[in-house]
Design a protein around this ligand. Structure first.
Ligand SMILES: Cc1cc2nc3c(=O)[nH]c(=O)nc-3n(C[C@H](O)[C@H](O)[C@H](O)COP(=O)(O)O)c2cc1C
Length: 197
């Protein structure tokens, strides 16, 4: 569902949204390659690139089930219909000196945001999930110490609303509320709105 923006933004950003109803359609390899290539070229603190993704396609049934089992039940309900699932992982310490990387989650977010934009270009939709079981993911996928599963990612094609379960359809039809920019863009001191907004 397209964003109703207060000011003009690029069409790709306005088109991006996180639906619950997906089409039963596989994502071509060529597109998947480009999604992770887009993530690869995201900026990161000290160019550490502290991200990793574990990806499972629905046609690889066993792999897909293992990844699905790392989502919380509420997310499994809708994510079982998507053609591609992924986990986004962050490396929490710098490789060169093992000191904490305070920006690891931020940089994973940037990589995933690039992935979202590339997906939109290709007519795909991405729905991210905080609702995962990180400890289970660690066991299932042998995630080493120092790395943390931070996010689940569903990738696929938007489904026709009529094809979705009623509860999922209702969620897709709900409004997408946003705070006005005045509530988060400040100047001079925290909480002080800039005059040009
Ligand atoms: C970090 C993150 C965690 C999220 N976790 C979940 C989740 O566990 N389950 C879910 O259904 N949606 C989840 N979402 C989707 C958000 O609810 C959604 O992005 C938000 O409502 C804004 O809607 P939009 O993406 O369509 O603009 C998550 C999104 C992000 C970025």
């Amino acid at each position: 569902m397209r964003a109703q923006t207060d000011h003009p933004i690029n069409d790709l950003l306005a088109q991006r949204w996180s639906p619950y109803v997906y089409a039963d359609r596989a994502v071509p390899e060529v597109d998947l390659k480009s999604l992770f290539e887009a993530a690869r070229w995201a900026p990161s603190s000290y160019n550490e690139q502290p991200w990793a993704y574990i990806v499972a396609r629905k046609e690889d049934t066993a792999e897909f089930e293992r990844l699905l089992s790392c989502l919380v039940e509420a997310n499994q309900q809708w994510a079982k219909h998507v053609p591609v699932l992924a986990l986004g992982l962050a490396r929490l310490a710098f490789q060169k000196n093992n000191k904490p990387n305070r920006h690891a989650f931020h940089d994973l977010g940037l990589a995933s945001a690039s992935l979202c934009v590339e997906a939109t270009v290709r007519g795909l939709v991405v729905h991210q999930m905080a609702g995962i079981e990180p400890q289970r993911a660690r066991e299932v996928f042998n995630i080493p110490e120092g790395w943390e599963a931070a996010i689940g990612i569903a990738i696929g094609y938007e489904g026709a609303p009529a094809t979705g379960e009623e509860s999922l359809r209702q969620r897709d039809a709900a409004r997408r509320p946003r705070k006005p920019a005045k509530e988060f863009v400040f100047g001079g001191s925290f909480g002080k709105t800039v005059p040009w907004l």
